[in-house]
Design a protein around this ligand. Sequence first.
Ligand SMILES: [Zn+2]
Length: 287
Amino acid sequence: MDHLVIGLAYGKFRIAAITGKDTVEEARKRHNLSHTATAALGRSLLGAGLLASSFKSDKERILLQFRGDGPVSPIVAMADRNVNVRGYCENPQVELELNSQGKLDVGGAIGSGMLYVIRERDNYEPYTGTVPIQTGEVGDDLAYYLQISEQVPSAVGLGVLVDPTGEVRSAAGLLVQVLPGVPEEDIIQLEEKLMNLGSLSHRFDQGETPESLLDDLFEGWNKLEERPLKFACDCSKERFQRGLFSLGREELSDLLETQQSVETVCRFCGEKYEFSREEIEELMKKA
Ligand SMILES: [Zn+2]
């Protein structure tokens, strides 16, 4: 089952690991994603989930926006404390050739540009951090963001394995953050371990779990928390009704001149909400 595990290792590292096969598969089906877009959006959703692992309040949310010049960009992914994730990409059907390592070309799909990370908390102004996209492979970019914008030395690994049929076989991520005062030799040792880790998505395809991965990397680590992960959106017909209402009487009447009903689609989850002629007329009366 999809979930996020949060822990501490030796008082030196804050660690989190995530598995999200069903969540990414749900995103793929909802947005009819190509193989490349499945990997790109899937990694972004898991990355948002990993970054949300530090949240303490239910009101906190994080939004990642990759604004690159690649054909699948921009990509938007959002997560809250309860690891409800949702997101979309601009061109979900674009397929790219495999890259030189024979992998889905997420870097090429995203391209170069900027990564925006927006953190929302209740009673606070949203905080936006912006960094240039490094490789577009998502994990590297999030690690760079944490290092530059939040001054936390971090490693982020993300992987999505897609079957030839397009179905998601595995989706996984790992976040390691170095706590203040950790000696250089411990960091070097950690880097070596991470370098020899191999492909996360292949490991999870062969039965790895967040727990077993952390056992392997950080023997004797302490589990602090576990949270279920799922694809979930907070949209509703009511919200779209408010949106339509805000268009005003004239615009609504224009809509009805050309169509019998109005269909609205949520960008984040692909859910469709249909408004009949009667419902639109009702809105016009109130406008
Ligand atoms: Zn939605």
